[in-house]
Design a protein around this ligand. Structure first.
Ligand SMILES: CC(C)(COP(=O)(O)OP(=O)(O)OC[C@H]1O[C@@H](n2cnc3c(N)ncnc32)[C@H](O)[C@@H]1OP(=O)(O)O)[C@@H](O)C(=O)NCCC(=O)NCCS
Length: 253
């Protein structure tokens, strides 16, 4: 626990700064399960594949340990309200009550990422190389028609074919980061969330919400070799700090 206290010491998080904690699913250990509440434990146990269990546990534990460090609580005392804003079921964006902190969790392949900020944040990461299943079930064109706006499809069609899968995932992660920041996730119409193409500065061009799109700060993340990632902040974001989530998980393991 002394190691954890040391790691939590840089717990200052100024408005306009977002910390992105990165870990691997393999960093999850049974000890982290002690941080889960009853409903989370049930979910964790219900995953049939070991890798899904590890991803969920690593993401949930990393979020709790990191948020504990900023809010001065014990990790086991960090509880999330996951009430869905649309139907009331406990499958919505996890929120930490009683603290001026926002966070977002993403996992893909071996990578687990948790972003924490003082404004609503959304993070997404997708495995690019060595995906277990092909994009769009082998029909990436159909997926592009489903989630990309006409201008985005045109930019993708003009791209070098060898870079199209990456460019699609860059657009996808930028869109999903934005909709996770807004709290809707895949419930939002992705064709109405329009982002700048890979070549340009990450930028939200249009979205289906009342605030102007330029109130959203969009950033690409260097998630890991073979992965694509994006961070969205509804508000200003002058600094994105890469943090060592593996060390944070190891300090408790
Ligand atoms: C959130 C969502 C985009 C995640 O997509 P994914 O690519 O499968 O998974 P990711 O790894 O990127 O993100 C998972 C994390 O997103 C978070 N999350 C869940 N719902 C969320 C929401 N509405 N907004 C933002 N984040 C959400 C959770 O922390 C989740 O991690 P967990 O497994 O620890 O609970 C997707 O599951 C979704 O859109 N769910 C809501 C669908 C919905 O609203 N259905 C109708 C309900 S009435």
């Amino acid at each position: 626990m002394a190691g954890l206290a040391r790691l939590q010491a840089p717990g200052e998080l100024a408005a306009g700064t977002v910390d992105v904690w990165r870990a691997r699913r393999q960093d999850a250990s049974p000890r982290h399960a002690g941080l889960l509440d009853h409903a989370e434990r049930r979910r964790w146990a219900a995953y049939r594949r070991e890798e899904d269990r590890e991803r969920f546990l690593a993401g949930c534990a990393l979020a709790k340990i990191a948020l504990a460090g900023y809010s001065g609580r014990r990790p086991a005392d960090v509880r999330f309200d996951r009430t869905c804003g649309h139907c009331g079921q406990p499958h919505g964006k996890p929120l930490l009550a009683g603290a001026d902190l926002h966070h977002s969790v993403a996992h893909s392949g071996d990578v687990v990422v948790v972003a924490v900020g003082r404004a609503p944040v959304g993070v997404d990461v997708e495995q690019l190389d060595g995906r277990p299943r092909p994009l769009g079930g082998g029909d990436p064109g159909a997926l592009a028609r489903l989630v990309l706006a006409a201008s985005e499809r045109a930019a993708l069609a003009a791209a070098d074919p060898s870079s199209r899968e990456r460019q699609f995932l860059v657009a996808w992660t930028r869109k999903e980061a934005v909709t996770k920041a807004a709290g809707d996730g895949l419930r939002a119409s992705f064709t109405k969330v329009v982002v700048a193409a890979d070549a340009g500065t990450p930028r939200l061009i249009a979205w289906p919400y009342p605030q102007p799109p330029d109130c959203v700060s969009l950033h690409d993340l260097d998630a890991a070799q073979g992965y694509v990632g994006a961070l969205a902040v509804i508000g200003r974001c002058e600094a994105v700090r890469a943090r060592d989530g593996s060390a944070l998980l190891a300090a408790l393991a």
